[in-house]
Every structure is written in C-alpha cells, then in structure tokens.
Design a protein around this ligand. Structure first.
Ligand SMILES: *Cc1c(COP(=O)(O)O)cnc(C)c1O
Length: 460
C-alpha cells in the first residue's frame, strides 16, 4: 500500500474506534479529523503535509519545540539501556539523577521527590500526603483532613483533583462522587467579585481566604492553589503579592500550602517555577506538563523534609505512604526530563522567555484594541484573551455562541492551532518559539478575532 492510500482509512478508523477527551464526539464524527503526523520546532505537520503553529504547546507541555535533537538523543540513548523497571523496591539512574536536579531547581526547602505519571495524580499524591501527615504528627488532635481551594480552580480530572477543582462545566456531573471542600472567591481583577479596581483595592480578594482560615484552620489539612495563574479558568492572573499572602496565612494558621505548578512550572511564567516570583516555598508542590518538555507522561510531587520525616517509623507503625503507580519513576520519562532541564542551561531558556514575553506583550497591544476584546492577561508565555459581547458593560458572549471555538477554527485554516477556554483564547506557545513565529501567530489571531467577531455581530 502506498502512503497516501493508508491515510484515508485512518480518519475513518478514528471515527470508528476512538473517543477523544473533552470532545463532543457527535461533532467530531461530523468533521474530518486533523491527523498530526510530525512536528518540527514550533510547527505541527498533518498527514497532508500542511504546517500549523503549535499555539498551545500541545496543551501546555512542549517547551523547547518538537523534535529537539537533545531530547531525541536522550530518549534513544536511554532506550539502549532499558525502557522500564518498577520503582517498587528498585530504583534506576535517570530517576535518581532527575530527583537531585529537581531539588536543586525547586524553591528552597523542598527536599523530596515522589514520582507519578500526570498532573492529576501528582495532585492526588499531595492531597493524600497532607491528610496522612496530620494524622501522624497529631494523632490525638481532632481530624485535620479537609481542603480549601479557589473557585474556578482546575487541578486535574481524577476524583480527588476534581474535588478540589471548581469549573462548573467540567465538574458538575461528578458532584455525587466528590468529597466536600471549602471554596473561596478567587482573585479576578477584570471582574472583581468585590467590585474593586486594582491596585487601589489593597488586594481585598485575599479576605475570603483569610476569614476561612481564621474560622476553620483546625479542620483544614491544606490550601491548594495554582500559583500566579489560574490557567484552565481562563488564564486568570493574580495580583502581585497574592501568593506570598497565601503562604503567610497558611503558616500563621498551621495549614499546609499545596501549590499546583503543573501548568506554571518549567519556565512558563519566566522563572523555573511560578512560586519563585514571590519567594514562596510551598509544603507540597505538584509538577508535570513541562517536566519532560512534552515528550513523555511524567509527574512528581515535591515536599519538605519535615513532611517526609513524619512518614518514618517501624513498619508496624503503618506510617508507610501506601500509594504508587505501575510506571512510577519511568526511566525513559526521567531521562528525557533530565535532558529537558539541561536545555534550560544550554539555551538560556528563562532569560529568552523573559525577553520574548516583552515582545509578545507588544505584539498583543493592537489585539487589545479590538472592539470585542475585553481583557488580555499575560504572565510570561501564558496569555488569556477574554472576548466579550460588549466591551463597555463587559457582558460576556453566551457560551453557546462558542466564540472561542469559532476563532480557533478560523486560526486553524490560517495555520495556527489553538484550544480556547470558553470565551477566553489561550495562547501558550512553546518557550522556544522564535520572534518571527510569535509575530505570525499574533497576526493570525488578530485577523481571526476581528473577522469572527465582525461576522457574528453582522449575523445577529
Ligand atoms: C493540566 C493540569 C492538571 C492536570 O494534569 P494532567 O496531566 O492533565 O492530569 C492539573 N493542574 C493544572 C494546573 C493543570 O493545568
């Protein structure tokens, strides 16, 4: 069979055998699937050889571009050793080296690495560690086993991580399965729930959390938060100092701070971890997405020596952390993650991101002028563009108009792949995206937003 004749059945087989995540499959079945065969740098290449800019970094995981020679080499080199051996009762060189490197780069005070496979499990591990920690350090006190989190938080799709999340559209169906939590209003400067304006607001948005901690700290095991940016909520950027205040409050009220750096980690915000912008060390930190530069599914939960030590004891004290996965500490994932971190040094990635973030901000200025752009929020290489029906009143587009989806469709025809978050266009390019490519990406987006919103206005 020739290559082109094998392509056609693939689309049909996809429609026949697959079920895609976060996808209305009726709509998917009615459309021709975009089959990505290859990638190179900032581009994805489909089965027909068409090139698209990867405007989502393949959902926030890719950092240094596709087919980076250093990452390709690290994987093939590890393949000549071994693909996988269990981490239960055994260990392996890439996992050991990676843990040492992560601790070197992590906020000071984090000293232990517990591996898993994805962001959701890294969060689950943090929640379970927090609950067991309090049982073991204060066995006679009242139970300290509930969690506080922000509304609109997203921490993953497994039941524990959904319990501490709050995105109505994703989570409502599963309420019967979730454990109860305490939710507080998040900082959202564009639509401040308290009706204040930054910066004269004195960060009043911290008050709900402070009040909760004051009254409930005895029963709270931890506060979980996405540092600096609530990503899936629509790239909501917290005011500077908010995270540092959360840290202070957690310390004051003796509640663990769990930071979910799954989206913000590995240079996305211009520092290795978002916490480091505010000199914050959490008690537990979940990382995944960028950990392997978008090559392999791998995650980790980092914690302090104090928490780790609370799990030590004789076997029959039953303080073991009984949690693990078949692929924990996978050598292929760890080897490519190590190479991923080496690229940060070799290519001065963080300095480059900070410089190119300023360029990106300048490029976005004309977009902010468009009549249906309500707000542009940016933190490094994470951008959210909130589209509104009416700029003066900030009236949102009804969700069923699918404005974000329409803009993304138009971008796709013009060679840019995006995945919107409702009415928010998320722009999360690979950290390696070149200035010329950033310019092209924003130009495509600008024309797509302008034309889509004009078309919609004239149709109604
Ligand atoms: C993506 C994401 C997760 C979940 O990670 P998965 O690997 O998709 O399970 C958790 N937290 C945040 C902040 C994320 O962006």
């Amino acid at each position: 069979m020739t290559r082109s004749s094998t392509r056609l059945p693939l689309a049909a087989w996809d429609h026949r055998y697959l079920w895609h995540p976060f996808t209305q499959m009726e709509e998917w079945e009615a459309d021709t699937p975009l089959i990505i065969e290859k990638g190179k740098g900032s581009y994805l290449i489909d089965a027909q050889g068409r090139k698209y800019l990867d405007g989502t970094s393949s959902i926030w995981v890719n950092l240094h571009g596709h087919r980076h020679p250093h990452l390709d080499r690290a994987l093939t080199r590890q393949l000549r050793q071994i693909a996988h051996s269990t981490f239960l009762g055994l260990t392996n060189p890439p996992a050991i080296r990676l843990a040492r490197e992560l601790i070197r780069l992590a906020p000071k005070g984090l000293r232990r690495v517990f591996y898993s496979d994805n962001g959701s499990t890294a969060v689950e591990v943090a929640l379970k560690m927090a609950v067991q920690y309090w049982q073991q350090i204060q066995p006679t006190a009242g139970p300290k086993q509930s969690f506080a989190h922000l509304k609109m938080a997203y921490h993953g799709d497994t039941i524990g991580s959904v319990s501490v999340g709050n995105i109505e559209l994703f989570h409502a169906r599963f309420k019967p399965l979730l454990f109860p939590t305490h939710q507080v209003e998040p900082p959202y400067c564009y639509r401040c729930p308290l009706g204040r304006t930054y910066p004269s607001c004195d960060m009043a948005c911290i008050d709900p959390l402070e009040r909760l901690l004051e009254t409930r700290h005895r029963e709270l095991a931890g506060v979980i938060i996405e540092p600096l940016v609530q990503a899936a909520a629509g790239m909501m950027v917290a005011p500077p100092g908010y995270l540092a205040r959360v840290r202070e409050l957690c310390t004051r009220y003796n509640v663990l701070l769990i930071v979910d750096e799954v989206a913000t980690g590995f240079g996305r915000t211009g520092k290795m971890f978002a916490c480091q912008h505010e000199g914050v060390t959490p008690d537990l930190m979940a990382i995944s997405k960028g950990l392997t530069g978008g090559y392999m599914p791998l995650a980790a939960t980092l914690t302090t020596e104090a928490i780790y030590r609370a799990f030590l004891g004789r076997y029959d004290e039953w303080k073991t952390f009984f949690h693990g996965h078949s692929y924990t500490g996978n050598p292929l994932g760890c080897a490519v993650a190590l190479a991923n971190l080496e690229i940060f040094r070799r290519e001065q990635t963080l300095a480059q991101v900070r410089k190119k973030s300023r360029l990106l901000a300048r490029l976005l200025q004309p977009v902010a002028e468009l009549p249906h752009v309500g707000d542009i929020r940016q933190c490094g290489f994470m951008v959210g563009i909130e589209l509104v029906e009416n700029r003066e009143t900030k009236a949102p587009y009804p969700l069923e108009r699918r404005i974000g989806h329409r803009v993304a469709q138009m971008c796709r025809v013009r060679g840019l792949l995006l995945r919107p978050l409702g009415n928010v266009i998320a722009l999360v390019p690979p950290l390696s995206m070149r200035p010329r490519e950033l310019t092209k990406m924003v130009a495509i987006l600008h024309s797509a937003i302008r034309e889509t919103t004009e078309n919609l206005a004239s149709a109604s």
